[in-house]
Design a protein around this ligand. Structure first.
Ligand code: NIG
Ligand code: FE
Length: 412
């Protein structure tokens, strides 16, 4: 099966060779090809070039006159498997309570865990697949999904099995992350070591046996898990061959970044509170910093200082953090726009961050994230737009017309 996209006004993120990620210094460049063709065969990008070299072959033709094509968004940080919502807490925050006050009063992650524990695996799958279908139509072609709203052995495994079923049933690329250390359950209020032991000695072995996860995560934050807890979790993950992707520096900088780097984590995510020594520590590492601007938008907390980090040469990825508490939105178009508007990233930087750098933060850079021969044809075909700057400019709307996963149009 071949599809030939012709007369593409501009083909974005064109990379001749597979690369790992784009560093801060190079993020200002978005390589493109004007008046282009793109040939897809059996779900894979076979060839591209300018229209003068367009092959004359037997293929399904898509005329992309006036429109652009870019690789699908790569959303490297979500919690989109969850039960129910938390609109009540949203209203409480409008009335003046903080995110942490709500959590202390029985809301927050523990509130979602209570709902999830009482929800069957089938029902959880049903609720979650709707969110997955929604983000596919918004242009996301690769996504990471975390556990962490189970907080018991059974419910953490339930979440991971739901992610597994989503992987099996949808053409989008999915990576699973075990986030048992997301919050301390009430029953373990005075016995944190026992909870960590449960995760490490009881849950991880089953996860390995059933091959349920790709990465391990921990919420390293005051009132949640300390730097030392983070170390224990990352060491345990390593024993099972799991690389870390950690929540750090959301509300407080307590040294989690340095600990993560020691363990060669794939990504450090959030970073709303980042010190100069943290930026220094991240230089010349293989760890991708990940910013989650929709979370800052929704909670009213500071934005990750992307401009400063990129100006120091650090790479950056953008992701949604789709979850019921701090970011009830999985819209990468909004993330890209907000990164430009609030974090002063240029459109080139934001698109690099939301495609190839996001792919790296899921270890999917060989498969997605750029228009490169041999990669999956996970593509966004835009509406008619004048320039790619329009994509972040038209915030709140989106420029996505059609999306393709492995060369097939995804439909409602
Ligand atoms: O990434 N920071 C920790 N976890 C989630 C929010 C969890 C919740 O409020 O349900 C986050 O923002
Ligand atoms: Fe998160």
């Amino acid at each position: 099966m071949q599809i030939l996209f012709k007369n593409i006004k501009e083909l974005l993120q064109v990379r001749e060779d597979k690369i790992d990620f784009i560093s801060g210094k190079e993020m200002c460049v978005l390589p493109t090809l004007k008046n282009a063709f793109l040939l897809v065969k059996n779900g894979i990008i076979k060839d591209f070039g300018t229209m003068e070299d367009c092959p004359n072959i037997d293929a399904e033709i898509v005329d992309a006159t006036g429109r652009m094509i870019l690789p699908s968004w790569c959303d490297s940080h979500t919690h989109l498997v969850y039960a129910g919502n938390r609109e009540g807490e949203f209203v409480d925050r409008i009335k003046g309570l903080t995110y942490n006050e709500i959590a202390e009063n029985g809301g927050g992650i523990l509130n979602s865990a209570k709902k999830l524990q009482a929800t069957s695996e089938d029902e959880l799958y049903k609720q979650s697949k709707k969110r997955l279908e929604e983000i596919i139509l918004l242009g996301t072609g690769a996504v990471e999904i975390k556990s962490g709203y189970g907080l018991t052995k059974e419910s953490e495994l339930k979440m991971l099995r739901v992610i597994q079923h989503l992987k099996e049933n949808y053409p989008i690329e999915i990576k699973a992350t075990f986030l048992g250390a997301h919050a301390l359950p009430k029953e373990f209020e005075n016995s944190k070591p026992e909870y960590l032991e449960l995760l490490i000695n009881e849950v991880l072995p089953i996860i390995e046996k059933e091959n349920l996860t790709d990465f391990i995560d921990v919420f390293c934050e005051k009132g949640y898990f300390s730097v030392n807890d983070t170390k224990l979790i990352l060491e345990a993950g390593k024993k099972y061959g799991l690389q870390g992707k950690i929540h750090v520096n959301q509300f407080n900088a307590i040294g989690g970044i340095q600990e993560g780097i020691k363990h060669n984590v794939l990504s450090v995510d959030h970073l709303e509170e980042i010190r100069d020594i943290d930026i220094e520590a991240l230089k010349n590492t293989q760890t991708m910093p990940v910013a989650l601007p929709s979370c800052s938008y929704f909670l009213g907390i500071p934005y990750t200082p992307a401009r400063k980090m990129i100006d120091h040469g650090l790479p950056l990825a953008l992701a949604t953090d789709y979850n019921p508490g701090s970011t009830p939105s999985g819209n990468m178009n909004f993330v890209v726009a907000t990164a430009c508007i609030k974090m002063k990233m240029t459109p080139e930087e934001a698109i690099n961050a939301a495609t190839i750098n996001g792919a790296y933060a899921m270890n999917l850079q060989d498969k997605v994230g750029s228009i490169t021969r041999g990669k999956l044809a996970n593509l966004i075909l835009t509406k008619e737009i004048n320039s790619y700057n329009y994509i972040p400019y038209s915030f709140g709307n989106h420029s996505v017309d059609k999306v393709y996963l492995k060369g097939k149009e995804a439909k409602n």
